[in-house]
Design a protein around this ligand. Structure first.
Ligand code: SF4
Ligand code: SF4
Length: 327
């Protein structure tokens, strides 16, 4: 399985390299990070060093962001954390439905701990795809990686989602994304038989993270491949990162490029990836502001003036590649 995955990844990188050379278009995906509060304490995440404000992005701010996204012909909105879990927002499902009302695909990324606070029917009508991150398929390893004793809750929540999908024959996708101390150890766990059965029935897809970011060496966990360079094309940062085309609405209304790397807890002078706050500017003006920011940043990058956040970042990827699905 590992070898097949590696070959698939290599082919994907080669194909993406071709896309990168000819690809001038904007990103089809933008992100919303609804809150900066989380109910886990993952050892690879900068959340452990942050002082969360508890602010949740408002419905009005989300709607304005969606109107801007429409101008850019965005197709998909990810509710994804930087850093915090989206399901801690009690109005998340309404926001998910709003995204669908605006005819975007609505994707949820979560640690899955609070999925049982919502009905499957509601979740399935708010999102087109639900991605659950897990620290493996064993309670002890999960606890060590995610810092909380919630493995059973998450796995039971997952089971409920899968059961509901099978029962309703729903097209909503369910993904498990493993973030493990030792990559692929989920395949050795007892529960893997059950997961494999779901994969074979087409009920879920599974992916694994092989590398994480060190947040400017704040986090140093060599056994999790933090500080490594995951991508073939990332050996040198010749090309601007693809994430410079992905705009994200943050919990406080800020709009940033890239929803992968936060400025906290890095003690940087400024946040080079910050564009402004959604409240400060009218919808019509955002088109020029975002286009200018992308153009300027990419031009600076080509002159080797790389934003501070990006210099040490190991999540850097210059091409549009989906390289981690293995089932
Ligand atoms: S990785 Fe996600 S689930 Fe884990 S602490 Fe960070 S925000 Fe929370
Ligand atoms: S290099 Fe890292 S911080 Fe910079 S845009 Fe890419 S993913 Fe984001």
């Amino acid at each position: 399985m590992k070898t097949i995955y590696k070959i698939k990844r290599l082919l994907s990188e080669i194909r993406s390299f071709g896309y990168m050379l000819i690809n001038k278009k904007e990103s089809l995906v933008w992100d919303i990070s609804v809150t900066d509060v989380c109910n886990a304490r993952c050892i690879f995440c900068p959340y452990q060093y942050k002082k969360p404000t508890g602010r949740v992005v408002s419905f009005k701010e989300v709607e304005k962001f969606l109107k801007i996204a429409r101008i850019f012909n965005v197709k998909k909105i990810n509710f994804t954390p930087l850093t915090g879990d989206a399901l801690l927002d009690k109005d998340l499902l309404l926001k998910g439905k709003l995204v669908k009302k605006y005819r975007f695909k609505s994707y949820l990324f979560t640690n899955g701990i609070r999925l049982n606070k919502f009905s499957c029917n509601d979740l399935f009508s708010s999102f087109d795809s639900i991605h659950i991150s897990m620290g493996g398929l064993e309670r002890g390893i999960y606890k060590k990686t995610y810092g909380v004793d919630e493995f059973d809750t998450v796995f039971n929540n997952l089971k409920e989602l899968v059961k509901y999908k099978e029962m309703t024959n729903s097209k909503v996708e369910i993904h498990i994304e493993f973030r493990e101390i030792s990559p692929y150890s989920f395949m050795k766990a007892e529960l893997y038989g059950q997961v494999k059965n779901w994969i074979e029935k087409g009920l879920i897809r599974v992916g694994t993270f092989e590398s994480f970011d060190s947040i400017h060496e704040t986090i140093n966990l060599p056994f999790m491949n933090i500080r490594s360079k995951p991508y073939l094309l990332a050996l040198r940062k010749y090309f601007p990162c693809k994430q410079l085309k992905v705009f994200a609405l943050m919990h406080n209304g800020d709009i940033r490029m890239c929803n992968c790397v936060t400025s906290d807890p890095i003690n940087l002078q400024s946040d080079d990836l910050l564009v402004g706050n959604i409240k400060d500017t009218e919808i019509g003006s955002w088109k020029r502001i975002l286009e200018d920011k992308t153009k300027r940043s990419r031009a600076l990058w080509r002159k080797n003036k790389i934003p501070e956040q990006c210099r040490a970042c190991t999540l850097y990827s210059p091409a549009w590649a989906n390289t981690k699905n293995i089932g």
